[in-house]
Design a binder for this molecule. Structure first.
Ligand code: ADP
Ligand code: MG
Length: 140
């Protein structure tokens, strides 16, 4: 995957609240192009695998339960400087600390149910995109 890509999930809280369309609109208006996208639901085991870097953290078990609690939207996004620009667009992990106008400030309900995921590096963007999408399920 090219380094001008990032990976996102619209998490169960935002999906369930009917905010997927509004969030995707913000993403597109910020200049990101959707190069793969699907609605799906993780099993607890798959959520555990996706977040395995956090397995020693106290919130890991709750996070896996929450992330498998309902449908999500997974997507690969393309833009110059994608990873960093997307982290700016979504805001801080804890919505209480997120900047005004960011996706998490607008849509997140707690530090856990924080509306969206965004990759933290080019390397993880590629790993996370491949976790969800095969070569034929994405553009390029
Ligand atoms: P980010 O998603 O901003 O990269 P992390 O990678 O640190 O944040 O954490 C992954 C996810 O775990 C967060 O998006 C959030 O859903 C959850 N999380 C992080 N910290 C906490 C916490 N202190 N309590 C509960 N859930 C948390
Ligand atoms: Mg992270």
């Amino acid at each position: 995957m090219a380094t001008n890509r990032t990976f996102t999930m619209i998490k169960p809280d935002a999906f369930k609240a009917g905010n997927s369309g509004a969030i995707l609109k913000m993403i597109e208006e910020a200049g990101f192009k959707i190069v793969a996208m699907k609605a799906t639901q993780l099993t607890p085991a798959l959520a555990g695998k996706f977040y395995e870097v956090h397995q020693e953290r106290p919130f890991y078990k709750d996070l896996c339960a929450y992330m498998s609690s309902g449908p999500i939207i997974a997507a690969i996004l393309e833009k110059e400087n994608a990873v960093e620009d997307f982290r700016t667009l979504i805001g801080a992990t804890n919505p209480a600390n997120a900047a005004e106008g960011t996706i998490r400030k607008i849509f997140a309900t707690s530090i856990e149910a924080n509306a969206v995921h965004g990759s933290d590096s080019d390397e993880n963007a590629a790993i996370e995109g491949s976790f969800y999408f095969s070569q034929t399920e994405r553009v390029g």
